[in-house]
Design a protein around this ligand. Structure first.
Ligand SMILES: Nc1ncnc2c1ncn2[C@@H]1O[C@H](COP(=O)(O)OP(=O)(O)OP(=O)(O)O)[C@@H](O)[C@H]1O
Ligand SMILES: [Mg+2]
Length: 252
């Protein structure tokens, strides 16, 4: 059984078919990348899986159960978490407070009013907060206001927040967008590290081919909403349909 399966997954925006009849099968412990030109439907596909968007058609199964009708919150509880390209950070709070909110949500379900007042009653929350910061290397910056973090550290904090719910499947949409080469390198190392430490299955959307070819067991290529190729990095790299999609059919 696949960890994540989609069948005939389709999303239309008005007349535009952003995701077109997509079948995915992601196995446990795999690292799979989704690539494709701008507007191919990659983010829409991720947002369908997290249930931030409703599909026009098709089915999504996670651990064998259909999640097509669930709310985003329930999908997180089942073990799907998304990091990056999300506004998950509270900029005016410290790094530690951000991690604590994520830990509280993970330990106690939905967000509670006045939750910070009760924080010391929950030793498990303190422990998870500490683990969350430790796993993304932000213990030293715990008292920094999130807004004041360098860009790469903000993305780390987002990753930590996503990991606090102890997901089985981590979705990432362009984790290195806007990063310097050093930050990109550190992020790739971090992805490798969290994969080892958390036993995660990863579905990654990424434009940087060096990262894609380095971290992926398999690659799925989308173009205009549809899957045009899938396979190992070597198979995909040599596929003429992929080259055509990227070059727009222009012969060099
Ligand atoms: N909420 C929306 N309403 C209308 N059209 C949308 C919406 N979201 C996405 N689209 C359109 O759907 C198509 C796919 O968009 P999507 O953002 O999924 O592409 P992408 O592959 O993530 O692109 P990029 O690489 O630029 O991030 C695009 O044509 C986009 O304009
Ligand atoms: Mg996108």
């Amino acid at each position: 059984m696949s960890l994540l399966e989609t069948r005939g997954l389709t999303k239309e925006f008005g007349g535009l078919v952003a995701v077109d009849d997509v079948d995915l099968d992601i196995q446990e412990d795999e690292r799979v990348s989704v690539i494709g030109p701008n507007g191919a439907g990659k983010s829409t596909l991720i947002n369908l899986i997290t249930r931030m968007l409703d599909p026009t058609d098709g089915d999504i199964r996670f651990k064998g159960e259909t999640i097509t009708d669930l709310d985003p919150y329930d999908v997180v509880q089942m073990g799907v978490s998304k990091s990056f390209q999300t506004a998950s950070i509270f900029p005016e709070l410290t790094v530690e407070e951000n991690a604590r909110i994520a830990a509280l949500a993970a330990e106690h379900g939905s967000f509670r009013f006045n939750f910070l007042r009760h924080q010391n009653h929950y030793p498990e929350v303190a422990e998870l907060t500490h683990e969350t910061l430790d796993s993304v290397g932000l213990l030293g910056q715990r008292d920094t206001t999130a807004a004041d973090l360098p860009y790469g550290d903000k993305r780390r904090l987002e990753l930590g927040i996503a990991l606090a719910s102890e997901p089985d499947l981590l979705l990432m949409d362009e984790p290195t967008a806007g990063m310097s080469p050093e930050e990109t390198h550190a992020t790739v190392d971090l992805i490798e590290q969290v994969k080892e430490e958390h036993g995660l299955t990863i579905l990654l959307v990424e434009h940087d081919m060096e990262i894609v070819f380095n971290v992926s067991d398999r690659i799925i290529v989308l173009n205009r909403g549809g899957v045009i190729a899938r396979g190992t990095p070597d198979e995909v790299q040599g596929d003429p349909r992929v080259q055509e999609a990227y070059l727009g059919g222009v012969e060099l």
